[in-house]
Ligand binder design. Structure first.
Ligand code: XIL
Length: 360
């Protein structure tokens, strides 16, 4: 049977399920999860003006429960850590492309886009580069060669990159005092953007950071930098809001920051979304009340994003598939948390319904 016939049969089947299902989007269960009907109530089917992505890693891409869910719901992949510098270039001069290649090849095979994360991040700088004994000029050349090698290898495959991640400090409205700033000077980010652009004239280049929706001194510094870069025609295309938020994060502050970002004319990526439901560690099981609060918060964020002009839209990426995989558990010493759209058994939570409601 050829592909067209197969597709036709599939479409008839999907239409029948949809009709028989009374066009229901989702059905609530007692355990705070929902049943997702594949025809309409998936994230990627519902969003037409921006993509929905997810962060993941290679061992998971060999597990059918993950791949089925990813391929049903998402249209973009970000490597959660395997495309960072200490994985790709752990030893001076010796590139290890295996994990990054696996992620990129899987994505391309499945028709998923890839968002590259992240060329420069102080937290993932390999030890050999942190301890670099050469001159500043030699250090800079190592960084240039790295960016050139990575962006060139994935040219036309990885269509967007976080060029610098978290370059601004949490306090004092200043640049973060990283090894890159120390060795390459205050304009180091500009150099990185230029090298990335030289390696790939078409990919979208992002500055990515966290917490600046509520941290105003950080926010001001980020927008000052962006304004300066735009005035100097530095090749930046987009701004990433990581958005590791919680259910109490101020709506009006998030709205203000997004409105400011719209004003820059850049693409806006909500690049690492998760919503903590136990930031004060006051619950030990996921209550119905918190589950509903999470639904509302996801709806709030998505509808805010959905309302921005088309010219600024890019995508929303979730930082992980299911609750028990979240980086937050380890980061906050294994407390109880349920920040994502799917529970530990791969079932969609009310948060998933909230996401879909945000698009209406
Ligand atoms: C985190 C990953 O989730 C972890 O698995 C890894 O050990 C460390 O990095 N901001 C970022 C992401 O930009 O790259 C971080 O990801 C989470 C915070």
């Amino acid at each position: 049977m050829n592909n067209i016939k197969l597709k036709l049969i599939l479409q008839i089947f999907l239409f029948a399920t949809w009709t028989l299902g009374g066009c229901e989007k989702s059905v609530s269960n007692d355990d705070n999860t929902v049943v997702v009907t594949p025809t309409i109530a998936t994230l990627k089917n519902k969003t037409t003006t921006f993509f929905v992505g997810v962060a993941t890693s290679t061992p998971k891409l060999a597990i059918i429960n993950y791949t089925q869910l990813i391929e049903r719901e998402f249209e973009s992949i970000t490597a959660e850590y395997q495309m960072k510098m200490d994985v790709i270039l752990p030893t001076k001069g010796i590139y290890n492309w295996s994990k990054a290649d696996e992620i990129v090849n899987y994505s391309i095979t499945k028709g998923l886009r890839v968002h590259g994360h992240a060329l420069i991040w102080h937290e993932s700088t390999p030890v050999w580069l942190v301890d670099y004994k050469g001159t500043d000029a030699e250090f800079e050349l190592e960084v240039k060669n790295y960016i050139t090698a990575v962006v060139t290898r994935y040219k036309d495959k990885v269509t967007s990159w976080d060029v610098v991640n978290e370059g601004v400090a949490d306090a004092g409205g200043a640049l973060r005092n990283t090894i890159f700033k120390q060795r390459m000077g205050d304009d180091y980010m500009v150099k990185c953007f230029k090298w990335a652009r030289e390696a790939d004239p078409n990919c979208k280049l992002f500055y990515n950071d966290y917490g600046f929706e509520t941290n105003i001194s950080k926010q001001n510094k980020i927008f000052d930098l962006i304004l300066d870069w735009k005035n100097r025609n530095i090749p930046i295309n987009g701004l990433g809001f990581q958005m590791h938020i919680n259910y109490l994060t101020s709506k009006s502050q998030m709205q203000d920051a997004i409105t400011k970002a719209v004003g820059t004319g850049l693409l806006i990526h909500i690049s690492e979304l998760d919503i903590r439901m136990n930031p004060n560690n006051d619950i030990s099981s996921f209550t119905t009340e918190r589950s509903t609060a999470q639904q509302l918060k996801y709806k709030e964020v998505v509808s805010m994003y959905n309302a921005i002009p088309l010219a600024n839209k890019f995508g929303i990426t979730l930082w992980g598939v299911k609750d028990d995989d979240s980086w937050l558990l380890k980061f906050h010493n294994n407390y109880n948390e349920w920040p994502l759209l799917f529970d530990s058994t791969f079932k969609a939570k009310k948060a998933h319904t909230g996401f879909l409601e945000g698009i209406n």
